[in-house]
Ligand binder design. Structure first.
Ligand code: TYM
Length: 333
């Protein structure tokens, strides 16, 4: 039997090159070997203010991007979180097991509450518990994510331990994070000391997967580089160039030493021109497929329905077992 993978992306901002390299590219690589559940975290998006119309539109857009990037809805289960009520049901059970002290430690909560100081709501605080529910419902073995999700994965593993101590061993599976060595933290193009973020207000900081070629070229060419002129991987002293080399390496399959050798004696400008071309070629077919998919909402709705049905079947089994284990009376059929 194949092992299970689960991962998702919160439906906010624009899916970026960072999301692609840190997560979605790996989801694609793993989809043959594993039984994969990939989802649109639309409930998570509600932890910050959302315009309802934009959220709905963006959910279709993210879904179409997943498909255009090559995630196969026949072999995988691809769905929207809000279509499977068991996510919020398990969320409640786990919330009742989560010590406040564990949530107080979450660095993403601290960062986000500074950024959204007018809306520091309880959902933002308990967000990592919902994330644990997402993972545990599907009995996932592996969760491919970027570096920024490591702490949330640790909390999820703690919750499995708490559940096991209280209610028994065989109900929730202990998941492992899958974080690649290279590309797990792609940095902002203008400020390479900061993570590339899809909700960055300055869109020069990231490349979106559906940016057109001109935009991609402009953004990469204006990326901040470092003093000096040598093209060398050195995160401490050359954060900007190291970030560009990382992106180049993951997208082209060339190793970093190979790239350093190729660009020996060349200028930053050369690297940027070539990298822009690599990024453009990576996303060009994606953009074409994406535009096509977005023209047919009925098709997207049908695929979402099919995904929700497959997800629901697995999720229902887990939540029924959990309800029974914690002592809730089963409802007669
Ligand atoms: P999100 O939507 O912020 O990001 C989606 C995925 O992209 C990775 N990522 C990056 N990787 C490398 N460099 C970057 N600059 C970069 N930015 C983002 C993220 O690590 C993530 O893997 N809470 C999650 C969504 C979620 C989830 C889950 C993920 C909800 N439930 C259960 C896994 C399992 C989030 O907001 O990711």
């Amino acid at each position: 039997m194949k092992k299970t993978i689960l991962s998702g992306s919160t439906v906010t901002g624009d899916l970026t090159l960072g999301n692609y390299i840190g997560a979605i590219n790996n989801w694609k690589k793993l989809q043959e070997e594993y039984d994969c559940f990939y989802f649109l975290a639309d409930l998570h998006a509600l932890t910050v203010f959302q315009d309802p119309k934009i959220l709905r539109e963006r959910t279709y857009s993210f879904f179409a991007q997943y498909l255009a990037l090559g995630l196969d809805p026949q072999n995988n289960t691809i769905f929207a979180q809000s279509h499977v009520p068991a996510h919020t049901e398990l969320n409640w059970i786990l919330t009742c097991l989560t010590p406040l002290g564990f949530l107080n430690r979450m660095t993403q909560f601290k960062e986000k509450s500074e950024k959204h100081e007018k809306n520091v709501n309880a959902g933002l605080y308990t967000y990592p518990v919902l994330m644990a529910a997402d993972i545990l419902l599907y009995q996932a073995d592996l969760v491919p994510v970027g570096e920024d999700q490591r702490q949330h994965l640790e909390l999820c593993r703690d919750l499995v331990g708490f559940f096991k101590n209280r209610y028994g061993d065989r109900i929730l599976k202990m998941p492992e994070a899958h974080i690649e060595k290279l590309g797990a933290r792609i940095m902002s193009l203008q400020d390479p000391l900061k993570k590339m973020s899809k909700s960055d207000e300055n869109d020069k900081n990231f490349v979106s997967m559906i940016d057109d070629a001109k935009k991609i070229e402009k953004k990469i060419k204006s990326a901040a580089t470092d003093s000096g002129s040598e093209i060398k991987f050195d995160v401490e002293n050359k954060a900007g160039v190291s970030n560009l080399l990382t992106i180049y390496s993951v997208l082209s399959g060339k190793t970093i030493p190979q790239l350093e050798a190729d660009y020996q004696g060349k200028m930053y400008g050369h690297l940027k021109v070539d990298l822009a071309e690599v990024v453009i070629q990576t996303f060009k077919p994606v953009k074409e497929k994406y535009d096509d998919l977005m023209k047919n909402r009925d098709h997207l709705d049908q695929l979402l329905k099919q995904g929700a049905e497959k997800a629901e079947a697995r999720a229902r089994t887990t939540i029924s077992q959990v309800y029974e284990a914690v002592g809730l009376v089963p409802r007669l059929k």
